[in-house]
Design a binder for this molecule. Structure first.
Ligand SMILES: Cc1cc2nc3c(=O)[nH]c(=O)nc-3n(C[C@H](O)[C@H](O)[C@H](O)COP(=O)(O)O)c2cc1C
Length: 203
């Protein structure tokens, strides 16, 4: 049975437009593949603790030098990496916060992008240690992100392409649900673009 990891980053729960679009995507995939196993990681409703000095030290220490305390400190990171490793596909639903990721999603990135665990550093750059798999990212924003009306930068798209590339995952696509705070006509246009993308989505 194939597995899908659905990571949600909005703090707005069921009212969140990115979460709703993520749920529509999951429903679409389940119609095509009823045996698909779904695992939800809700970062917005249950934020991860920020990383502290002890975590930092345990992460950078050689694996062989770690004792029980360091293993316990890294247990949550291992759990999150395990969710990624076992997923055949990853779906991320996130709002844009100040042109970028919500802090909760950035913290998730810091837990899963770990030296000598999910990537190796080499003189030529970082080499990812995860196998490639589809990653689809739904970004909801209050203002415009698509041309011609867009005036604001989108740091989420290039950043998450780079992060998954660092992990060795190159099959990444971002779907933008923009103008969600610009009135019903703008929302309808955005939702129609999303529905068109979803209708053609296969995994
Ligand atoms: C802290 C914060 C920062 C935001 N920054 C932006 C922004 O930079 N650009 C933008 O278009 N919308 C911004 N918004 C609006 C949200 O992206 C928008 O309401 C989005 O649709 C929320 O998604 P959700 O319903 O999935 O939570 C911001 C909202 C919050 C709460």
């Amino acid at each position: 049975m194939r597995k899908l990891l659905h990571v949600n980053a909005s703090p707005r729960g069921a009212a969140s437009s990115s979460y709703q679009a993520g749920q529509e995507t999951v429903a679409h995939l389940l119609r095509r593949e009823p045996s698909l196993q779904i695992f939800e990681r809700c970062l917005g409703m249950a934020p991860l603790p920020h990383l502290d000095a002890a975590w930092n030290a345990a992460s950078l220490m050689p694996a062989a030098a770690r004792g029980d305390q360091e293993h316990s400190i890294l247990a949550l990171s291992e759990e999150l990496i395990g969710e990624l490793e076992t997923a055949d596909m990853v779906l991320i639903s996130t709002p844009m916060h100040n042109f970028s990721l919500p802090a909760t999603l950035k913290t998730w990135v810091d837990y899963v992008v770990r030296p000598n665990r999910t990537f190796h550093s080499t003189p030529d750059g970082k080499i990812g240690l995860l196998k490639n798999r589809p990653v689809r990212i739904i970004v909801s924003s209050g203002g415009a992100l698509e041309p011609p009306a867009s005036w604001q930068p989108d740091f989420i798209t290039p950043y998450l392409h780079h992060i998954f590339g660092t992990l060795g995952v190159g099959d990444v696509e971002v779907i933008r649900l923009d103008n969600m705070n610009r009135g019903p006509d703008a929302v309808a246009t955005s939702r129609a673009r999303f529905a068109h993308w979803l209708a053609g989505f296969r995994f």
